[in-house]
Design a protein around this ligand. Structure first.
Ligand code: Z5A
Length: 211
C-alpha cells in the first residue's frame, strides 16, 4: 500500500483557509481520492477536548509555553489516532493548521524558544510531516476584518493586537522562505475563485494530481 499524501493549510486569522479547504476536498474526492479532512487544534476526540481549553477564555489565559505544550499534546493524539492511520491506508489527509501554526503563533509571535519547538517537532511528530503546505498570506487588518465579520469564531487569538498579528505574518513568511520545496505561498487577497485557482495549481503541480 502506498502512503497517502498530507496537505496542510496555514496562515493568519480570516485568511480563507477553511473555505478553500472545503473546495479542495470536494475536488480531490471528485477525482476519486479517499480524503480525510481534519483540523488543529483538534481532529480527534481527545484533541477536540484540548481545543476547548486552549481557544476559550481571555487572551492571557495561557502563557505561550503552556500553549505550545497543549498544542503538542493535542497534536500527538491527532497524529496517533487520525493522521497516521489515514496516511498508512493510502488516504489524502487535508488539515486546517498543523505544526507551522505552533512555530508562528507560539514561536514567532508568542516568543516560545525555537529550540523547544524544534525538540517537540522531532519527538512528537516522529517524521509525520506535510508533503505540501499552503501558506495563505494577507495583511492582518484584512484578515481580522474578515474573521470578525464571520459568526462563530473563537476570539482568544483574534484579540491579541495588531503587533502580534504582524509578527505572525512575518513568521509564516519566514517558514515558507526557509522550506520552499514543502511550502507554497498563496496570495489570499483575491476573490474566492482566484485563491482556489492558486490552491489547485500548487496541489496539482507539486503532487501530480489530475482532475
Ligand atoms: N493555533 C495556535 O495558536 N497554535 C497551533 O499550533 C494551532 C492553532 C494548530 C484556531 O482557531 C486557532 O488556534 C487559531 C490559531 C491557533 N487562531 N485563532 N483564532 P480557528 O480554527 O477558530 O480559526 P482559524 O484557524 O484562525 O481560521 P479562521 O479565523 O476561521 O480563518 P480562515 O479559516 O483562514 O478563514 P475562513 O473561515 O475560510 O474565512 C473567513 C471569512 O472570510 C469568512 O466569512 C469567509 O466567507 C470570508 N472569505 C474567505 N475567503 C475570502 C476571500 N477570498 N475574499 C473575501 N472573503 C473571504
Amino acid at each position: 500500500m502506498t502512503r497517502g499524501r498530507f496537505i496542510t493549510f496555514e496562515g493568519g486569522e480570516g485568511a480563507g483557509k477553511s473555505t478553500q479547504l472545503k473546495r479542495l476536498v470536494a475536488r480531490l474526492q471528485a477525482s476519486g481520492h479517499d480524503v480525510v479532512a481534519t483540523r488543529e487544534p483538534g481532529g480527534s476526540p481527545g484533541a477536540e477536548s484540548i481545543r476547548e481549553l486552549v481557544l476559550k477564555g481571555s487572551a492571557d489565559r495561557w502563557s505561550p509555553v503552556t500553549e505550545t505544550l497543549l498544542m503538542y499534546a493535542a497534536r500527538r493524539d491527532h497524529i496517533e489516532r487520525v493522521i497516521r492511520p489515514a496516511l498508512e491506508r493510502g488516504a489524502w489527509v487535508v488539515c486546517d493548521r498543523f505544526a507551522d501554526s505552533t512555530r508562528a503563533y507560539q514561536g514567532a509571535a508568542g516568543g516560545t524558544a525555537p529550540d523547544l519547538i524544534s525538540a517537540l517537532e522531532r519527538h512528537i511528530l516522529e517524521g509525520t510531516r506535510p508533503d505540501l503546505t499552503l501558506v495563505f498570506d494577507l495583511p492582518p487588518d484584512v484578515g481580522l476584518e474578515r474573521a470578525h465579520a464571520r459568526a462563530g469564531s473563537e476570539m482568544r487569538f483574534e484579540s491579541k493586537g495588531m503587533a502580534f498579528h504582524q509578527r505572525l505574518r512575518d513568521g509564516f513568511q519566514a517558514i515558507a522562505a526557509a522550506e520552499p520545496d514543502r511550502c507554497a505561498m498563496i496570495d489570499a487577497t483575491g476573490s474566492l475563485e482566484a485563491v482556489e485557482a492558486q490552491v489547485w495549481a500548487a496541489v496539482s503541480g507539486r503532487l501530480g494530481v489530475d482532475a
